[in-house]
Ligand binder design. Structure first.
Ligand code: PLP
Length: 381
């Protein structure tokens, strides 16, 4: 099997697994145990990881709150910010192409009485800043716009969106899961208030993530969503996943060191894949802007093809037709770009990653061309 689904998850890098291992066994201490050396060692390792994760996004380490992943980080940012501003403001803004882990907390808040604006995107998947500016009012508590889309890889204008948000006294959250480690992402340069990250999309372990929470500016704060021992500045109680956090730190350090080289290599492979597909397959279109996009992402759709049959035919290539979580339905992201249901279903998302080779990309392109040709011969449309 060839793995071309790095937006769904990435393998844990061997260098990451190696540094995690002792924290399951001899260094098993609870990072909150303040009275003995087992706890101190765990706490030191967590604080080192916090510095490593913070360095990847240009943050101070005190601004990084560890969570169980980005779903939790998004929920904490959105529900926590809304709760913190309840009574003062009553409106939220997000975008139709966000991950479900942003859209669903937003919709829950809407059911609880918040007003919600879900902005459309253009045919290339980008928000329109004029529409965003119009949507934000002095009643807006929080605006959430993802940095990079997990299906079409499209990058949003985060710095400009954050500036428009702050002009109305609202706070700005970004789901930065797909951007971090793949393209430069700096919380100071972008001036975001909250950013969600997860280790397993950057060659770290599953089940650990972080929320960047700005301090000492604009009064930014959060209402905790988990109460208990008061860990993580009181924002996220619960015994820390020390091995996972250590792995996240190592993954962040590797990503920071290799970002430029890796982005260049994955972009070259992405272009190679696109060129090979274009040379062999008619009736194919690229979904989403190609110029403002994650280097390792390609999302294409095919005319006159049954999407389910296409995936069945690609039996030795791990790709997906949409996000991992919602596979049988047409992708809400592609529908938001204006694709029909059938066309959205006849789409493939390729995610090129750290270990992808030119041979794999060439093989995948040839296989797709072969399956598309065969399916069209079976049922000419
Ligand atoms: C994977 C992903 C998430 C969810 O992250 P988990 O750590 O798996 O909960 C959220 N947002 C985006 C954009 C993602 O790609």
């Amino acid at each position: 099997m060839i793995y071309l689904d790095h937006h769904a998850t990435t393998p844990c890098d061997a260098r990451v697994l190696e540094v995690m291992r002792p924290f399951f066994t001899e260094k098993f201490g609870n990072a909150a145990s303040k009275q003995h050396a087992f706890g101190w060692a765990a706490n030191d390792a967590v604080e080192q990881a916090r510095r490593q994760v913070a360095a990847l996004i240009g943050a101070g380490s005190k601004d990084v709150i560890f969570t169980s992943g980005a779903t939790e980080a998004n929920n904490l940012a959105i529900k926590g910010a809304a709760k913190a501003r309840q009574g003062e403001r009553d409106h939220l803004v997000t975008v139709g192409t966000e991950h479900q882990a942003v859209l669903d907390p937003m919709k829950r808040l809407e059911r609880e009485g918040w007003r919600l604006t879900v902005l459309p995107v253009d045919r290339l998947g980008r928000i329109e800043l004029a529409a965003l500016e119009q949507a934000i009012t002095p009643r807006t508590a929080l605006v959430s716009v993802m940095a990079a889309n997990n299906e079409i890889g499209v990058l949003q204008p985060i710095k400009a969106a954050a500036a428009l948000t702050h002009a109305q006294g609202a706070w700005f959250h970004t789901d930065a899961v797909q951007a971090v480690g793949k393209v430069p992402f700096d919380v100071e340069a972008l001036d975001v208030d909250f950013a969600s990250l997860t280790a397993h999309k950057v060659y770290g372990p599953k089940g650990v993530g972080a929320l960047y929470v700005r301090r000492n500016k604009r009064g930014v704060t959060l209402a905790a969503q988990l109460d208990g021992g008061g860990h993580e500045r009181g924002l996220r109680s619960g015994t820390l996943n020390v091995p996972g956090i250590v792995g996240f730190g190592q993954a962040a350090e590797i990503a920071r060191g290799e970002l430029t080289e890796e982005a260049g290599r994955t972009l070259a492979l992405r272009d190679r894949l696109l060129n090979a597909l274009e040379a062999t397959t008619d009736g194919m279109t690229v979904n989403g802007a190609l110029d403002a996009r994650l280097p390792g992402n390609l999302n294409v759709s095919f005319e006159g093809i049954d999407g389910a049959a296409l995936l069945v035919g690609l039996d030795d290539i791990a790709v997906s037709s949409g996000a991992a979580c919602t596979a049988a339905e047409p992708s809400h992201v592609l529908v938001a770009l204006g694709l029909s249901k059938d066309r959205a279903l006849a789409s493939l998302r390729f995610g090129i990653g750290r270990t992808t080779t030119a041979e794999e990309v060439e093989y995948a392109a040839a296989k797709v061309a072969d399956v598309v040709t065969r399916l069209r011969a079976l049922s000419p449309v």
